[in-house]
Design a protein around this ligand. Structure first.
Ligand SMILES: Cc1cc2nc3c(=O)[nH]c(=O)nc-3n(C[C@H](O)[C@H](O)[C@H](O)COP(=O)(O)O)c2cc1C
Length: 290
């Protein structure tokens, strides 16, 4: 019996060893897969555009070889790129107006947000926008106070403590500054092909709006809170911003985007209104097959 017990103990020890080794092996696998994911988080953006290349920084050279690219072809490499679901970003974005203190927003986050802003669609590829990055606390506060004084529905705490203010500006002359477009715009307006609209105003308004949207989405992607606040059409805000930032006469500041750390939990609205979606023609609602 004693001998059998001994063998039994030896057997348990053996099994225990196998279990321990298996656990160790599993842990190593998990650690390795975590490292892999971390390392896979570089995004190479090419100067020529094209689909960004996602890669493991350790395998950068292989990737360069595979895609036949040199350092000179690379615009930037976004490191520490995190994967976040598109739907998660879109449906989590909501206007954040209450911010709390926090560290300065790092330059690489600002760069990423501005890169996404400028990646937005733009009328005739005119890119009728410009942006001013404002981190100066006094100026941000001055503008916030002006907005709070003018808004009737907000609390006196709104926008305060936003870390960053991006002033979005439009160029109403972008169309006429483009020889080819100016010429065709002239021809079309002579033929009365267009409704009565200033094409320049139309282009910059849409361009700045789309860029601002991407900025808001990028802020959400990076876990900041952000809100669009009008400059246009408020006379006082336009004058203040133009004077403060020496904005040239031909440029229109349209809006700012405040970015910072949300002080309350985000509570995005459900704005889906199926009754506003029609099927083939105006009137009958589109019915989604589920
Ligand atoms: C053209 C435009 C102007 C806006 N102006 C302001 C503004 O001046 N102040 C503000 O707090 N929010 C402003 N917003 C944000 C809207 O109030 C907000 O998007 C809307 O209430 C929907 O809420 P959500 O962004 O949380 O989905 C503006 C949004 C747009 C698109």
């Amino acid at each position: 019996m004693i001998v059998i017990k001994g063998e039994y103990i030896v057997l348990i020890n053996k099994n225990l060893k196998i279990v321990l080794v298996s656990i160790l092996f599993l842990c190593l696998l998990i650690i390795q897969s975590c490292n892999c994911n971390d390392n896979n988080n570089d995004l190479i953006l090419l100067k020529s555009g094209g689909t960004p290349i996602r890669c493991d920084s350790k395998q950068k050279n292989d990737v360069y070889k595979k895609y036949n690219i040199n350092d000179g072809d690379v615009d930037t490499i976004i490191t520490g790129y995190k994967t976040r679901d598109f739907l998660d970003v879109v449906f989590n974005r909501t206007s954040t107006r209450l911010f709390k203190d926090g560290p300065d927003i790092p330059d690489n986050d600002i760069e990423l947000m501005l890169r996404t802003a400028m990646a937005s669609p733009t009328a005739h590829d005119l890119r009728a926008w410009s942006f001013i990055i404002v981190r100066n606390r006094n100026i941000i506060n001055e503008f916030i106070n002006m907005c709070i004084n003018q808004e009737h529905n907000g609390s006196s705490d709104i926008y305060k403590k936003a870390k960053l203010m991006v002033v979005v500006c439009g160029n109403p002359n972008a169309v006429i500054e483009n020889d080819l477009l100016a010429e065709s715009a002239k021809i079309y307006s002579q033929k009365k092909s267009f409704v009565d609209i200033d094409l320049g105003e139309y282009a910059y308004s849409v361009d700045t709006a789309l860029a601002s949207l991407n900025l808001l989405l990028a802020a959400e992607y990076l876990d900041y809170g952000a809100v669009w606040v009008d400059i246009f059409p408020w006379k006082e805000r336009i004058e203040y911003i133009i004077n403060k930032f020496n904005i040239p006469n031909n440029i229109v500041p349209t809006n700012v985007v405040f970015i910072g750390y949300p002080s309350v939990q985000k509570n995005p609205k459900n704005k889906f209104e199926p009754n506003k979606i029609y099927n083939e023609y105006w009137g009958e609602n589109f019915l989604f097959n589920k």
